[in-house]
Design a protein around this ligand. Sequence first.
Ligand SMILES: Cc1cc2nc3c(=O)[nH]c(=O)nc-3n(C[C@H](O)[C@H](O)[C@H](O)COP(=O)(O)O)c2cc1C
Length: 244
Amino acid sequence: MNQITEQMLNHTSIRKYTDEPITQEQVDTIVQCAQMASTSSHFQAYSIIEVRDPAKREVLKECSGGQKWTVTAPLVLLFCADLHRSGKYFDGIDKDVLTNTECYTVAVIDAALAAQNAFTATESMGLGGVIVGGIRNDVQKLIDTFQLPEQVAPLFALCLGHPDDNPGLKPRLPQAIVHKIDTYTEDGNDEMMEEYNARVKDYYTERTRGKNTNTWSQQCGQLMMAKTRDEVGFVLRKNGFLGR
Ligand SMILES: Cc1cc2nc3c(=O)[nH]c(=O)nc-3n(C[C@H](O)[C@H](O)[C@H](O)COP(=O)(O)O)c2cc1C
């Protein structure tokens, strides 16, 4: 165990912040760390928009179904998959290639890795935050608000600040379900899942003082069905992604 692994093992999303601002030096370091994440073929196919404008923060809140930390967090970074820059600056490419699913996948992975690097850097400074994918409830509104050109897709916002909350660790799946060796086996999964579901039920029951008594299977099933966000695909196709 070292400082970094210890910090990573203590990760928990923070949705409440003190008024203390994040300094410009911290912001610069956070973005610098994001930029040093691994990136597919050095494409760096993402952009990060720092959202300062209160009106645009309100749009994030509205799009995310009222998640107020998009407004209250001292720092909000909007992560976008970006193939626009590739189309503009990569020499000699057939731009049609950027519409394929592989290019979209590359851009989303690049953005996610950059965001996690930013998040880890932030936590190393004693700060905390939460990723908000809920903004994808209205992708078109985000494209309009942030004037995203063709082939730039808003993915999620990273809301960051000085923690004013300590929600405790959320139990993860048993390692043996996630970590497999050589072959995708499912041996023992049902038993492990039963034990995990009981653990998560206890976690939610305690954290919500009995208001939510869901197991992991119940909670995730409900969340997945509550918002299928089928429009994301339609809007992204319209904006030059996922053509083939
Ligand atoms: C892509 C992505 C989107 C997320 N979207 C939201 C969100 O819209 N609202 C929210 O409160 N948390 C969101 N989260 C945070 C997760 O709910 C959280 O990471 C997960 O429940 C595990 O909890 P923990 O981070 O506290 O360990 C998101 C996380 C990821 C990776």
